[in-house]
Design a protein around this ligand. Structure first.
Ligand SMILES: C[S@@+](CC[C@H](N)C(=O)[O-])C[C@H]1O[C@@H](n2cnc3c(N)ncnc32)[C@H](O)[C@@H]1O
Length: 177
């Protein structure tokens, strides 16, 4: 995800403030830490968040649902020039509310990077694994409805399941400058 973000950016300066949605133990935070001024991590799981907190890489961590945190940041007027969500949308089917929330907290020209498990035959669906998958057309339509450009859409192997890799997609979207 960090390589995809770097590949897209001409300006390789620091992001001012980044939001790691569903930060888990902080793997993505670690990858971005050196590239970000202020790093916020959000997760629903107290155990995950404790591990993230112990790494000492986040300036703020919140035990919170992602939708609630986006409403809170919007109400506070806190904005981000980078939002990342790695392996979060496998837990969320309808991405419309979260795109609405994210679009509200992005600064002009901000980047939004995320991964999804892919599906070809519907906008999104619940798989037998209990995870959600999202189609490329659905993601592109959401991006367009929220004024975001699709800068990167890469096919990736999102995770290893038994002996197989699950096919997914990595996106980097950008807000209008
Ligand atoms: C598969 S883990 C990925 C963690 C991390 N982003 C990474 O790539 O290593 C997904 C994380 O999202 C969190 N999560 C799921 N639904 C959430 C929600 N609605 N609000 C906040 N966190 C959520 C889970 O607790 C979990 O830590």
């Amino acid at each position: 995800m960090r390589r995809a973000v770097d590949r897209w950016r001409d300006d390789k300066g620091l992001f001012s403030r980044a939001l790691d949605l569903g930060c888990g133990t902080g793997l993505v935070g670690e990858a971005f830490r050196a590239h970000v001024g202020e790093l916020h991590g959000i997760d629903l799981s107290a155990k995950m968040l404790d591990r993230a907190r112990r790494k000492g890489i986040y300036d703020a961590v919140h035990l919170e649902d992602v939708h609630d945190c986006l409403n809170r940041y919007a109400a506070e007027g806190t904005a981000f020039d980078l939002v990342v969500a790695a392996e979060l949308f496998i837990y969320i089917g309808n991405l419309e509310p979260i795109f609405t929330g994210i679009a509200t907290v992005l600064t002009p020209g901000a980047l939004f990077a995320f991964s999804v498990e892919g599906c070809a035959d519907s906008p999104f669906k619940l798989l037998r694994t209990g995870r959600y998958a999202h189609g490329e057309g659905y993601v592109r339509a959401l991006a367009s409805r929220h004024g975001l450009s699709v800068d990167v859409s890469d096919e990736i192997e999102i995770r290893q399941q038994a002996d197989e890799f699950a096919a997914g997609r990595l996106y980097v979207l950008s807000a209008a400058p």
